[in-house]
Design a protein around this ligand. Sequence first.
Ligand code: SF4
Length: 312
Amino acid sequence: MSRNSRTYDFPPYRPPNEAFSALIRVTRGCPWNKCEFCSMYKQIKFEIKPYEKVKSDVKMARQLYRRAKSIFLGDSDNLLHKEMPKIVAFIRKTFLEANRITTYARAKTILRQKMEFLSDAHKAGLDRLHLGLESGDAEVLKQLRKGVNPEEMIEAGLRAKKTGFEVSLYIISGAGGNERWQAHALASARVINQIKPDIIRLRTLTLQHGTPLKEKLVKGEFNIISPLERLKEVKLLLENLDLKDCYLASDHLTNYLWADNNVFYRGVAGSLPHDKEEMLKILQQAIEFVESTELRIKDSNQLYEEGFISSL
Ligand code: SF4
């Protein structure tokens, strides 16, 4: 069935905390699509959906979601859609019960758009931007082919905050490989401290088949950090965060660690600065466990290779 038929056009990806949100697709794919670790939209040609098509999807979503407390808009770069304020306003009018509308956003697009446009989208009812920082280290960003440098990330984050958006920043644990994990942790903390996001979401670099970074791994041009280094990296990041009001989430399966087949670490989560000491304690305990156990410690990369995790 073609996607122009009445089949509902679901966004293929959404953050885990949007699992119960109404999902509406404003664009399709990613206009950049070059990040070396990302497999999300590789098969999709980027497309900005016409306003009338989005509107008709919103009406269909209204029938599908009888009650939607929150709404997530896909795909990766919706602020490129010049009718975003109008789209958000229409969604607000259609879903009067929704408390929150959120979307993924790209730093380059936030920088490219006028403040007036961003503000119109926010005033229309777009509350939160999910922004992939991945790393605050210039070298790592280059290695990941993120297409943006740390200073641009800071500027984009500050612009989003100044507009009034809640900012949810994604960091990839392990993004620096075993050569730059310390630099990655310290530089990421520096960038995060400047942006002062509302939420930080940790993910673990899990190299999937078909991604350029996986090919580099196979050729020996990139090395995944060990679970022990990863715990130390997250601890170093956390120690260097200096935030007054932020929530750190590890809301993804990739943050887990297994001893043989039992999960012994589920990532750290809590409010900053309030829960910082408690989270550091959890990390220290996990580090000591890994250093002393004879059990085989696995992370999401081993689980992916063994076929226990299929899609991320
Ligand atoms: S990580 Fe984001 S910006 Fe990079 S290719 Fe994937 S969707 Fe596009």
